[in-house]
Design a binder for this molecule. Structure first.
Ligand SMILES: Nc1nc2c(ncn2[C@@H]2O[C@H](COP(=O)(O)OP(=O)(O)OP(=O)(O)O)[C@@H](O)[C@H]2O)c(=O)[nH]1
Ligand SMILES: [Mg+2]
Length: 406
């Protein structure tokens, strides 16, 4: 007879649900080492998920994310919450010690019973870092933490995918226009629900806050419609702005809801539909055919295309013509942005070249969705050689029309 998993959950599930720290730590390590499959973890915990508010914090290296996490941790604990932190690839360990020590009485081993802090190295995850991190969030959610904070450095595809798992996305921008422009370029600003100008005790805090507000005006209304993205100045040295930041996070949680990652998970994924649509569009495009580009993989919001460089793709220096690389990246961008079945028209694109490619190289371009609202969507495309060496990165924005894809 098959046992009802809800009535007879495995031992590790019971221990996690009971909030047993050693069990939580063990399961997280097993997930990180690939010994527990994220899908199986999610299935075992399914009826206990969606209570925690997942707060994603991102920003450029050194932006002040960890310092902000420490301060928020103290504030949320003071508000009676249980808080877990997952730091992805931290450059310095988060211990919770220093800041917590002042405000909250610590238990033995320097660990407060209401705090759980965990680091994840970004390398070597079977099935991807975002999947690993999401499974860890599931465990901490089931273990009864009220808020799960995920800190990532705002660069790269995995980090963008991780931020998509969060219910509330906070982007940390230290003073200095350069950084905020960088954030915008990476499409990070587009996904922010709360913007924090960190280190606002340093010169340039006010202009940076103004720049960010200006940039927000250019941004299309997000999926949350009426939510106005607040710009909050914080300083870890004076402690200002932390209460305001925590308030803004709580307000956004109330508007956006919790467990958004689960809603996405439970939606029937129109994989087949999007994939066949994208392949059909690629096959129907004369320019794509003429360049010898083929679509190798596609799903809703993403497309991968490939081409092998022939003599007629080269420039006068004997390396791949920039226009060909652009055409390849742009093809992936066009296909991914049209994968949802609505005509999307490119309105802006940027490309950077990292390395030249030569005749005989096979180039792959993988486009993925950074954000999508009713009217605008942002995509990133990574162009690599067959062996994974980066060749080029591309960012593009489309205007999403009301028309169905022909
Ligand atoms: N003046 C000032 N310095 C700060 C503030 N917050 C952080 N810093 C300093 O900025 C540096 C980076 O801070 P972190 O919090 O480690 O930044 P991070 O974004 O987590 O860095 P990475 O994880 O390495 O990407 C440290 O030297 C901090 O002391 C602040 O509010 N004011
Ligand atoms: Mg950090």
């Amino acid at each position: 007879m098959k046992r009802d998993p809800d009535l007879h959950p495995p031992g590790w599930v019971q221990d996690v649900l009971a909030g047993q720290r050693s069990a939580i730590a063990r399961v997280l390590s097993q997930i990180e080492r690939g010994e527990r499959d994220p899908a199986t973890v999610a299935a075992a915990l399914a009826s206990h998920l969606g209570r925690a508010h997942v707060l994603g914090i991102t920003g450029a290296p050194g932006a002040g994310k960890s310092t902000l996490v420490h301060a928020l941790l103290g504030e949320l604990l003071a508000r009676g919450q249980r808080v877990a932190v997952v730091a992805v690839d931290p450059s310095s360990p988060i211990t919770g010690g220093a800041v917590l020590g002042d405000r909250v009485r610590m238990g033995e081993h320097g660990a407060h019973a209401n705090v759980f802090i965990r680091s994840v190295a970004s390398r070597g995850h079977l099935g991807g870092l975002a999947r690993t991190t999401t499974a860890m969030i599931d465990v901490l959610d089931a273990a009864g933490f009220d808020t799960v904070i995920v800190e990532t450095v705002g660069a790269g595809q995995s980090e963008v995918e991780i931020m998509q798992v969060a219910d509330t996305r906070l982007v940390a921008c230290p003073p200095g226009l350069g950084d905020s422009v960088q954030a915008l370029k990476a499409g990070i600003l587009e996904i922010a629900d709360v913007l924090v100008v960190t280190k606002s005790d340093l010169p340039g805090g006010d202009p940076t806050a103004r720049d960010l507000k200006d940039m927000l005006h250019l941004r299309a209304a997000g999926p949350q419609g009426s939510w106005v993205v607040p710009v909050i100045k914080t300083s870890a040295t004076s402690g200002t702005g932390i209460v305001e930041a925590a308030d803004a996070i709580a307000r956004h949680a109330a508007v956006a809801g919790r467990g958004q990652r689960l809603q996405r998970r439970h939606k029937p994924v129109p994989h087949e539909d999007a994939a066949s649509r994208v392949k059909r569009l690629a096959a129907a495009d004369p320019f794509v055919r003429w360049l010898g580009i083929t679509c190798t993989e596609a799903a809703a919001g993403t497309a991968t295309v490939a081409m092998t460089l022939a003599a007629h793709h080269l420039n006068f220096n004997g390396t791949c013509h920039g226009g060909v690389t652009f055409a390849l990246a742009d093809t992936a961008f066009g296909l991914a942005s049209n994968s949802h079945g609505r005509v999307a028209a490119g309105i802006d694109a940027h490309i950077t070249y990292q390395q030249a490619a030569a005749e005989g190289d096979t180039l792959l371009a993988r486009a993925f969705e950074v954000s999508r609202s009713k009217k605008l969507a942002v995509y990133r495309v990574d162009v690599t050689r067959g062996d994974g060496t980066p060749v080029s990165s591309f960012t593009g924005t489309v205007y999403v029309t009301q028309r169905a894809t022909p």
